[in-house]
Design a protein around this ligand. Structure first.
Ligand code: FPP
Ligand code: MG
Ligand code: MG
Length: 369
């Protein structure tokens, strides 16, 4: 990857780690059935962005330099506790101090634990499984500049390969022998489906939202947390937990991931309007076509209430969004979340990995695919 404008390539501190990632993932996906083997490995052969594993690895390195926590006292088992999606948009984290402690020796080459490395692989498996299902649901024809799996192998095989991938991710997760981390990642899987269900209801043709209200944006952001930020935030949190970090560091890792994840999806929803399909490597303008009201359209609607009737009837057009400043407002909202992500980890000791985490913030805002 080209160095970023601020001069630090996050790949630098995790480059060695990433080298083993695809090989390990393919090993986790091996099946004796040759066709299943092929379909399951299909998306792992094209170049993904590896955002989630990169964040897990960077978080593992950056938190390795913080003071450790004793987790030896087992927590009481609570088999009856509710399984609702963790409450999401309210921060459990009190604002973190903004001053940085002095620079500490960089340990980035040695500081990733085997369990954290495996966690990075698990996050990519869960993400890829969700893409296999997503392309079926969205009836998409391309992904990562190639025909999508549903086109190449058909819906049935694409769905089953996604399920297989979740099975293998669960085995790898169980082998970490960490109940808290297992619960976090299992909740992520449930959250992905909850988010996707919210999106099915929140299509632009949904008569339940004929009028724009504050609820409309809240619903969208909740859905965005569940479908995108949950995986990112719960895996950066899990990285800190596996590293035996103190509770304030665990919360900071979560807050960073949550805010970065929300910004990531806001930018994704913006690029759907602003970038061509050729550059994206997947169909552009897909959301409006699917009747999905994402942030750019919601902001346009907020400022032009008359758009509501068009949105309700699925008659809203690309031009309605482009004539408004919905795209600018989406970008501004993404910037706000990025600033919160930066603040969350401001108190981490200076290191190459922390610089990488901050650089990921810049990259999320600048990305074009
Ligand atoms: C991409 O969104 C899709 C997701 C972030 C999550 C999709 C989740 C599911 C289909 C639920 C099933 C989950 C599992 C784990 C099997 P998008 O369609 O907005 O983005 P795109 O433009 O990349 O397609
Ligand atoms: Mg899609
Ligand atoms: Mg989708």
């Amino acid at each position: 990857a080209a160095p970023s404008p601020i001069g630090i390539d996050p790949l630098q501190s995790v480059a060695k780690e990433l080298k083993f990632l695809t090989g390990n993932i393919q090993q986790l996906l091996g099946s004796g059935h040759p066709m299943l083997d092929t379909v399951a490995k299909y998306y792992t052969q094209s170049e993904g962005k590896y955002v989630r594993p990169m964040l897990v690895l960077l978080m593992s390195q950056a938190t390795a330099l913080t003071v450790k926590h004793d987790r030896s006292t087992p927590q009481a088992l609570d088999v009856d506790s509710p399984m609702s999606p963790s409450t999401v948009l309210s921060d459990s984290n009190p604002s973190s101090p903004l001053t940085s402690p002095p620079v500490v020796e960089d340990l980035s080459d040695t500081s990733v634990l085997p369990s954290q490395r495996r966690l990075a692989e698990i996050t990519e498996l869960i993400h890829t499984a969700s893409l296999l299902h997503d392309d079926v649901i969205d009836n998409s024809i391309s992904r990562r500049s190639a025909p999508s799996a549903n086109i190449q192998f058909g819906n049935k095989m694409a769905v089953l390969a996604g399920d297989f991938m979740l099975g293998r991710a669960s085995v790898a997760l169980a082998r970490l022998r960490d109940p808290e981390v297992t619960e976090l990642l299992a909740t992520v899987i449930a959250n992905l489906i909850e988010g996707e269900f919210m999106q099915l209801r929140n299509t632009a043709s949904d008569e339940k939202h004929p009028v724009y209200s504050q609820e409309t944006m809240e619903y969208y952001l909740q859905k965005t947390y569940l479908k995108s930020a949950s995986l990112i935030s719960k895996s950066t949190r899990a990285a800190a937990i596996l590293g035996n970090c103190s509770p304030d560091v665990v919360e900071a890792a979560y807050s960073y991931g949550k805010n970065l994840g929300l910004a990531f999806q806001l930018v994704d929803d913006m690029l759907d309007y602003t970038i061509s399909g050729a550059e994206l490597g997947k169909p552009a303008g897909a959301d409006l076509e699917l009747g999905l009201a994402t942030a750019p359209l919601l902001f346009a609607w907020k400022d032009n209430k008359e758009l509501g009737t068009l949105v309700g009837r699925r008659f809203a057009e690309d031009g309605d969004v482009k004539r408004s400043n919905g795209i600018e407002q989406t970008r501004a909202m993404a910037e706000d979340y990025i600033n919160k992500a930066r603040e969350a980890i401001a108190f981490f000791p200076e290191s190459q990995a922390k610089a990488g985490l901050l650089d990921m913030c810049t990259k999320v805002l600048q990305r074009r695919k």
